[in-house]
Design a binder for this molecule. Structure first.
Ligand code: HEC
Length: 511
């Protein structure tokens, strides 16, 4: 297998040098609520799942899934892999529920209980992988010592400027570029550059224009904050001495009491380690707060879109946040939603039985009846699930309706009150379900299946997905797998593909 043709790029360097005014960060503070896992995990980069839990490397170099209740889940090499994974060195986000695992014998995709070898496995050596960042529309970016790569529709493409690869990139993030145009920021050779996206495959690269004084020591970390209904995205950056914010139009520079060490983010949250202090940023309130009462100085391992971070303190691995975040199943941060009906469930640890649970969508709020939760057993701690739409007497969960929503960004917020304190989980999603077109398998789905599913599901992977009858039989599982971005296993579909499949299934899986 070889790499696909390169992207067309133009380099435009801005003439003027941007200065910024320095201001102190002035964070508020919060006492951390932490949950620990009894598992012995290493301090390698990890993947934090917004439904709770995550994927980690243990002390023996094995890849382990930490379940939302803190228990260990198994990740097995898929029987169809031709290469067995070796000891792992790091885990990086590839989607809301999938992660990319670097092992000594190659890169693997962690999906549910499997480690799956992607079709592009032999294109990139596992050593040299620096990190990933998630774009919109199912695109993931990979920063590697050899260059910068884009994973789109299961195809890995090298990102180049004027035919030159971008090896040596030290940090990257998807965020608004100059004048708010969406794109990718990356730091390389002491410079901070923005690739503004002008079409699906074309970008124009600009220099940030920041002066050498501002960028002294180079950019050490970048985080992109996704948009919401009320605000656009943001870019946060750390240099050796300060913290920088770009909002699509202007830069701000903040001083910190100690040198910044690490910056991580997911969804609309960022976490920063500076000296021994740990700070959390919530883009919905535009405020930084310092974490107090941690059992010691830690190492930031991963951040999730629900506003929690995984931190390693001494020999313990803790999930920390200001409150015990209620988790949501059935919808993820930044999702593109094509269904008018969604089955959504809130989950909380069993010991935290809430006094009140409510959810709000675009200003309309709904209180949940009690006791309506169902208990899911767990070896470490049981979780209690609450269906936002309630349940039929038979136990079948009822969906909530999004039928009245207009296409565009919306916010669902979930509020759980325990011990007199209310914790909120906010999910920003883009609704695209106002379309009513009928979808046919033969006309709209078959080719997509050949292109994106057949390489695994026509060659021995269960379920076989070749004929209309096989697609129809598996329709519900297919919709579920593509909607949650778990399938295709070698990189998610773009929104048009997800939309076509979901509309086809909702329309009765017509031939
Ligand atoms: C790179 C390989 C690969 C590709 C491409 C792929 N899948 Fe899968 N898929 C898997 C593997 C591996 C499993 C797990 C099978 C098992 O349990 O043995 C799976 C499982 C599934 C399942 C079973 C239920 C579940 O949710 O796990 C469904 C449904 C599915 N895939 C749908 C699809 C569809 C639809 C596409 C194309 C849009 C696709 N897959 C593309 C590898 C792939």
């Amino acid at each position: 297998m070889t790499l696909r043709p390169l992207l067309v790029l133009v380099l435009v360097t801005l003439g003027c040098e941007e200065g910024t005014t320095l201001e102190p960060l002035s964070p508020t503070s919060f006492d951390v609520v932490s949950q620990e896992t009894s598992l012995q995990l290493s301090a390698s980069p990890a993947f934090a799942d917004e439904r709770g839990g995550g994927v980690f490397v243990d002390l023996a170099g094995r890849v382990v899934r930490v379940r939302p209740n803190g228990a260990r889940g198994v990740l097995e090499p898929h029987p169809r892999n031709t290469v067995l994974p070796g000891p792992a060195t790091g885990v990086y986000a590839l989607g809301p529920a999938n992660a990319l695992v670097a092992t000594s014998r190659g890169l693997f995709v962690a999906d549910q209980g499997w480690l799956i070898a992607p079709s592009w496995q032999d294109l990139l050596p596992p050593e040299g992988l620096l990190g990933t960042t998630l774009g919109t529309d199912g695109v993931a970016w990979l920063a590697h010592a050899q260059g910068l790569y884009r994973l789109d529709r299961g195809v890995l493409t090298e990102f180049t400027v004027g035919g030159q690869g971008l090896g040596g990139t030290s940090a990257m993030a998807v965020a608004p570029t100059l004048d708010g145009t969406p794109g990718l920021w990356f730091a390389r050779e002491g410079k901070l550059l923005a690739a503004a996206q002008t079409s699906r495959t074309e970008f124009t690269v600009h220099d940030s224009g920041l002066s050498a004084t501002v960028l002294a020591g180079g950019v050490q970390g970048l985080v992109g904050i996704g948009p919401s209904r009320d605000s656009g995205g943001e870019l946060w950056a750390i240099t050796r001495t300060s913290l920088l914010l770009y909002t699509g139009t202007a830069w701000r520079q903040y001083t910190l009491p100690a040198a910044p060490r690490r910056l991580l983010g997911a969804g609309r949250f960022a976490w920063l380690q500076a000296g021994d202090a740990l700070y959390r940023y919530d883009a919905d309130t535009r405020a930084w707060a310092e974490a107090k009462a941690l059992p010691g100085a830690g190492t930031l391992l991963a951040a999730d879109a629900a506003g929690n971070a995984w931190v390693r303190v001494g020999t313990q691995t803790l999930s920390v946040s200001p409150v015990l975040t209620p988790r949501l199943r059935g919808l993820f941060q930044g999702a593109r939603v094509f269904d008018g009906q969604l089955v959504l469930q809130a989950s909380l640890p069993e010991r935290e039985r809430p006094e009140a649970l409510a959810w709000e969508l675009d200003g309309l709020s709904h209180a949940l009846d009690f006791p309506s939760g169902t208990l899911g057993a767990g070896p470490t701690e049981a979780l209690r699930f609450f269906s936002l739409g309630g349940a039929e007497p038979s136990g079948v969960l009822k969906p909530i309706s999004l039928a009245t929503l207009a296409d565009g960004w919306h916010t669902l917020s979930l509020q759980a009150t325990t011990g007199g304190q209310t914790a909120t989980r906010r999910v920003h999603f883009e609704f695209r379900g106002a379309s009513t077109a009928t979808v046919s398998w033969e006309r709209d789905i078959k080719d997509l299946g050949v292109e994106r599913c057949a390489k695994c599901h026509a060659t021995g992977t269960d379920p076989e997905l070749v004929t209309y009858a096989q697609w129809k039989t598996n329709a519900a599982a297919i919709a579920d797998a593509v909607r949650s971005s778990r399938m295709p296993a070698d990189g998610p579909l773009d929104s048009a593909g997800v939309s076509a499949i979901v509309l086809w299934v909702n329309g009765g899986a017509q031939p």
